[in-house]
Ligand binder design. Structure first.
Ligand code: SAH
Ligand code: SF4
Ligand code: F3S
Length: 481
């Protein structure tokens, strides 16, 4: 096993000391007032942000905050996304709301972090239009949340104007990975595990490399230790997380491939299912396909973002594969793993997209037969190469293409949906059905859901379920005794 020098034990110790100091401070306050402090986190965006929110939540709980499900709390945090324009707009809406709440709740702290905060314009807008915000930080220093809260509380005592009390801590990039801080998990039986941070791909439409920094892989040892701890805690399913998991290990010495990491993760007793997200088609190796094909634990699901079916556009998008490469990859995957479920992301109306380019995308959707696809209207992100390209597509054309693509995707999903009808499949039981209390909801290896009658004591276990009827996006089933 190898060690890189980017994990920072000094920083872990420093943060743990601050967490303890705050905990003592809050314990004293609690003894006086009799009421415990509450926190609420609103998370926008992808699994990376959800995982970050779990880490922040772990620290807040350790300090002595209790979680609550509304923004009527002592500490409110927005963990933001900026991948498309509408993600930003939703955050401004929430800030307007919390500003009114804060007027009625003196002492409340409002913090904002995440990808949007890595953009200077967004931070300037918040400073100007939402001056009541107390703490602003980014994607690279979430481990510092306790220190930032402490600084803000100290400023309360030392400063006069609110604008002087505001704490802003933004890092442009980092090579630091801080391990072993408190942690909170949304589910007891399944967990996300970061394996690589950042992205080096610079797809020409995408803001992620600018807001998440360069690729940094965690040490294999640290990842496997975390998975072992999770297994000891009863976790059955792990999801390995990264913007491009196939780049895992490239910056480690010696280099380790993603396929090797998967093999090591498979050896951990107690872990029964392994998922991962996301794979870039250009880096998905035959070795990985073979490992997946022969594995009992790796789930039969691959999310393989296509973005466009046009080789011409893929090149301008800087995706580094052609339409034919993608189709060939899919053929090889299906050959090695016949029951694989394929899902994808597609962008409509990238600058310069012609009807011919668009029809190439439709063609790939038809040929691959995706189980489902996230379809996005191209959104201009300032600072990316695509934002200044000529030929931005007119809204009416974009919308019309978007609708046509959606119909094609629906046809494809409908065909894929009933594939496992009348078979028995292993299902991880996740929760009581939100619509009908007598039903449980579970997930198949290929990520499809099934609803079936059962007792809630089954939650967190993997059981065989007969898939009686396909309802499109889910099945109705029966537990096999
Ligand atoms: N790292 C992942 C995706 C991260 S962003 C990957 O490479 O697959 C999730 C999805 O958002 C992308 O796959 C893309 O389809 C979409 N997306 C990214 N930037 C976008 C933009 N400017 N406009 C519209 N969709 C975008
Ligand atoms: Fe964005 Fe491309 Fe990186 Fe994915 S691989 S995060 S789409 S730049
Ligand atoms: Fe959004 Fe940041 Fe994820 S921009 S999609 S939350 S990496």
């Amino acid at each position: 096993m190898n060690n890189t020098d980017n994990t920072n034990e000094f920083e872990t110790k420093k943060q743990l000391d601050i967490i303890n100091e705050l905990k003592e401070r809050y314990d004293v306050e609690y003894k006086k007032s009799g009421t415990r402090k509450t926190y609420h986190i609103e998370t926008f965006g992808c699994q990376m942000n959800s995982r970050d929110s779990e880490k922040i939540s772990g620290i807040l709980k350790q300090i002595g905050y209790d979680e609550t499900d509304t923004e009527d709390a002592d500490f409110v945090l927005y963990n933001t996304c900026t991948v498309r324009e509408n993600a930003n707009n939703r955050v401004y809406g929430r800030l307007g709301y919390v500003g009114r709440l804060k007027k009625m709740r003196p002492g409340m702290l409002v913090a904002i972090c995440g990808c949007m905060m890595q953009e200077t314009t967004a931070v300037e807008k918040i400073k100007g239009s939402y001056p009541f915000v107390d703490i602003i930080f980014g994607t690279h220093n979430i481990f510092k949340i306790a220190e930032l809260i402490k600084t803000r509380l100290d400023n309360e005592v030392n400063s006069g104007k609110h604008s002087d009390k505001m704490v802003i801590d933004l890092w442009k990039d980092t090579d630091m990975i801080v391990e072993s801080l408190p942690n909170d998990r949304k589910y007891p039986f399944k967990a996300g595990v970061n394996i690589i941070f950042g992205c080096n791909n610079f797809c020409s439409y995408c803001i992620v490399p600018y807001v998440r920094g360069r690729e940094r892989s965690r040490n294999l040892e640290d990842i496997i230790d975390e998975i072992k701890l999770l297994a000891n805690d009863g976790v059955k399913e792990i999801m390995l997380l990264g913007q491009n998991v196939n780049s895992y290990g490239k910056n480690l010495e010696p280099k380790i491939g993603f396929a090797r990491l998967l093999q090591e993760a498979e050896k951990v007793d107690g872990i029964e299912r392994i998922r991962f997200m996301t794979s870039h088609p250009k880096d998905l190796s035959q070795e990985l396909i073979d490992v997946m094909g022969s594995s009992k634990k790796i789930c039969k699901h691959l999310h393989l973002p296509l973005q466009s079916g046009s080789t011409r556009l893929l090149s301008i998008m800087n995706r580094k594969y052609t339409k034919e490469d993608y189709l060939d990859l899919v053929t090889r995957i299906k050959k090695a793993i016949p029951d694989i479920s394929l899902t994808t992301d597609i962008i409509v109306a990238f600058p310069g997209e012609t009807e011919e380019d668009f029809m190439d995308t439709i063609d790939v959707v038809k040929k691959v037969g995706f189980d489902s696809a996230f379809t996005f209207l191209y959104s201009k992100r300032t600072g990316t190469p695509a934002a200044t390209m000529d030929d931005q597509i007119e809204e009416s054309v974009a919308k019309e293409r978007f609708d046509r693509l959606l119909k094609e995707v629906q046809v494809s999903s409908a065909k894929a949906a009933g594939r496992d009808e009348h078979t028995v499949q292993d299902v991880l039981v996740e929760e009581v059905n939100s619509q009908n209390e007598d039903l449980l909801t579970g997930r198949l290896s290929n990520n499809m859901l099934v609803h079936f009658p059962g007792d809630k004591s089954l939650i967190g276990t993997i059981i065989p379920v007969y898939l009686k009827e396909s309802k499109g996006f889910y099945y109705i089933g029966n537990q096999v005794e």
